[in-house]
Write a protein that binds this ligand. Structure first.
Ligand SMILES: C[S@@+](CC[C@H](N)C(=O)[O-])C[C@H]1O[C@@H](n2cnc3c(N)ncnc32)[C@H](O)[C@@H]1O
Length: 410
């Protein structure tokens, strides 16, 4: 239902739970019997609380799940609708300026320039990938402002980073559509291979070919946090290794035995290419295993192999070709095996990569496994998204990545 206030603003009722959630900092309105009444032609929705304007929302009538996202919760909403482009430009400048001054920029040339809701620019992520700009739109709302967005972003990047980037460096990915690769604004460039550098290691990144481009930037800050632990280790077992970012970092830090496990031949070949890009790395210290994590752990246990550091970063749900499984459930089988291949002073870094599982739930689950399987392990530290991709309080969907560090009881 909608009302018109004395100031002639059309306002919509929203679900009482949505009101409470927005008050706690949650920036999404999901599809429900209230949001289904938003007129499909409205770009902006003024949500009301007891018939008073309460929040200004960006409307996404075609999104299956998130119907609108919060743009503002105070000020004059009518004015803010009129000044939307100017306000957007200000938010873009603030986000870019923050990254231009950030210390991590000295250690890696890939980072988020905009991390959606955390930068108050809902439904858009922007990656800096060594001079290429990847813009990921998660809501169709932005189609109406795409040209303005790109123009403002490019200007702001060139000014703040002292660069001379052009439209040929811009890649657009509509993440609200089917799993499609990014497209370059230069119609002659269908895809591009580039090299990015993280903590002194080079990685191949491919734009325009696959849905994901070859490195998870959101993990970079946690990789850095592991420097001390990795340096103190002789060996690393990298489970669900993908293209090997943790493996190469460990090799660069001087580890003598690094084993990467992944089901995908494509990603393990990519990992091999990454190693070949870095001639200084001790290639002979690395081994890839193209198999499931479960099989690899069983094999290593049978061979009585031991590792000082084990990383487990499973996809939220996966299939080993036989059965589909979910990351949290899988720990019931994989954690006891990890303990068996862990050296006496070893540590395990276990991740969960979905907003559907909170840190509390993840911790409880691992503690229950430890207890029920009588494992000699305890949780010693927790890790969240940080640096260029901070998480926002009250917004669990934005805090999808959680890590727990475990070691043996003394
Ligand atoms: C989230 S990615 C890991 C990212 C990696 N930790 C990084 O930071 O670059 C998950 C990887 O798990 C692999 N995978 C999925 N199911 C698997 C399984 N059962 N055993 C081993 N690898 C699996 C996928 O091929 C994918 O490369």
């Amino acid at each position: 239902m909608y009302h018109t206030t004395r100031q002639q603003i059309k306002t919509y009722d929203i679900h009482p739970t949505s009101i409470k959630q927005i008050q706690k900092g949650h920036p999404w309105i999901t599809v429900d019997k209230f949001s289904e009444n938003f007129h499909p032609k409205e770009r902006f929705i003024v949500a009301s609380n007891r018939k008073r304007p309460f929040a200004l929302l960006l409307h996404d009538p075609t999104h299956k799940f998130v119907r609108a996202r919060v743009w503002a919760t105070d000020g004059n909403f009518q004015k803010q609708m009129k000044s939307f482009k100017n306000d957007l430009a200000k938010r873009i400048r603030v986000a870019i300026n923050k990254r231009a001054k950030a210390p991590y920029k000295k250690e890696r040339n890939h980072y988020y320039l905009i991390f959606a809701e955390s930068d108050q620019i809902p439904g858009v992520n922007v990656h800096f990938l060594n001079g290429e700009i990847l813009i990921q739109f998660y809501m169709d709302f932005w189609n109406q402002y795409q040209d303005y967005f790109i123009q403002t972003l490019l200007k702001s990047i060139n000014e703040n980073f002292n660069l001379d980037l052009t439209y040929e460096n811009i890649w657009i990915q509509k993440r609200s559509l089917a799993k499609e690769p990014a497209k370059c604004l230069d119609p002659n460039a269908s895809f591009k291979h580039i090299t990015i550098n993280e903590f002194g290691v080079d990685y191949k990144v491919t734009l325009g070919k696959f849905y994901d481009h070859g490195i998870y930037t959101d993990m970079a800050s946690i990789r850095k946090k592991m420097e001390k632990q990795l340096k103190a280790s002789e060996s690393l077992l990298n489970l669900y290794s993908y293209t090997g970012a943790f493996s190469l970092y460990a090799l660069q830090l001087g580890l003598k035995k690094v084993t990467s496990v992944d089901l995908s031949e494509t990603y393990l070949n990519w990992l091999e290419e990454n190693i070949n890009l870095n001639t200084v790395l001790e290639k002979d210290n690395h081994e890839s295993k193209m198999t499931s994590t479960l099989e690899a752990l069983n094999e290593l246990k049978d061979k009585k192999e031991k590792y000082d550091f084990i990383i487990s970063d499973p996809p939220s749900s996966s299939s080993d070709g036989n059965k589909r499984s979910n990351a949290l459930q899988d720990y019931k089988e994989t954690l006891p095996l990890m303990e068996q291949v862990l050296s006496e002073k070893g540590q395990i870094l276990a991740f969960i990569n979905t907003h559907k599982c909170s840190m509390r739930k993840f911790e409880d689950k691992l503690k229950r496994i430890i207890e029920s399987k009588k494992l000699n392990l305890k949780i010693v530290n927790k890790y969240y998204l940080s640096e260029d991709c901070p998480y926002k309080k009250g917004f669990p969907e934005g805090s999808y990545l959680k890590g727990l560090l475990l070691k043996r009881n003394d």
